[in-house]
Design a protein around this ligand. Sequence first.
Ligand SMILES: C[S@@+](CC[C@H](N)C(=O)[O-])C[C@H]1O[C@@H](n2cnc3c(N)ncnc32)[C@H](O)[C@@H]1O
Length: 251
Amino acid sequence: MSEPAPRHWEIFLEVFEALPRQGPGSRASTARALKLCGDLPPSPSVLDLGCGTGAQTLHLAELTSGCIVAIDSHAPSIERLCQTVTDLGLANRVFPRVGDIAHPQEPPESFDLVWSEGALYNLGLERALPICRDMLRPRAYLGFTDAIWRKQSPPPEVRAMFEDYPTMGTVGDALGVIAQSGLSTVGHFTLPHEAWWDDFYAPMERRIETLRTTYAGAPNALAALEEVAQEPEIHRRHSAYYAYEFFVARR
Ligand SMILES: C[S@@+](CC[C@H](N)C(=O)[O-])C[C@H]1O[C@@H](n2cnc3c(N)ncnc32)[C@H](O)[C@@H]1O
């Protein structure tokens, strides 16, 4: 029997779509960042950019009583979030839709809070932050996470892991871009160890193990899984070189 030869991207999606989150993050970190947004209205209007399958969207829906528009470009993630929203009875105030962070297609200055966990790197902060800013009402808040360098001269495999982060810099660089974008930083903190593992790398490694069994005898698939498995391994060895930082800013 010939092997289905799934491409790397298909395997990548098969791993990532099944995870509780598609990037580093945790309920504790989302709650801590939201607390920095001191004077939000009681029912804020929220825009969640690059929501993925919506872990932080649903948590924001728990932590606030506001309406949340959640945008992601990957239709299957939005389909899954729509189903969860319906199952949880949140369809009257959580509105997932397929969309592009670069063109949120929402009226300018219409949100009390713009949120984005692990997604703005796709545009780069220089491009993404002015877009976020334009969505904010005066004095409204922006909370986002982004990868940052902690040490110079990372090993080549670490550089390769972040090749999709063309404008990645230090915390200081990110704070500079926040200021240049017409925003004031309210606070920032580094995501802790467990924000990488509990809902992201630990379930990822379990998922990879399951798929290794599913694809036993399919060398192309196993090779693709091996490649995906490098990411948590690199994190085990080299997390001193990089981190994810939560930034909260306001207009
Ligand atoms: C690392 S994942 C983070 C997802 C989610 N926020 C989380 O933390 O679980 C990045 C997400 O950004 C989405 N994305 C990438 N580029 C995008 C764009 N231009 N517009 C909207 N979503 C985008 C991807 O589909 C993916 O779901």
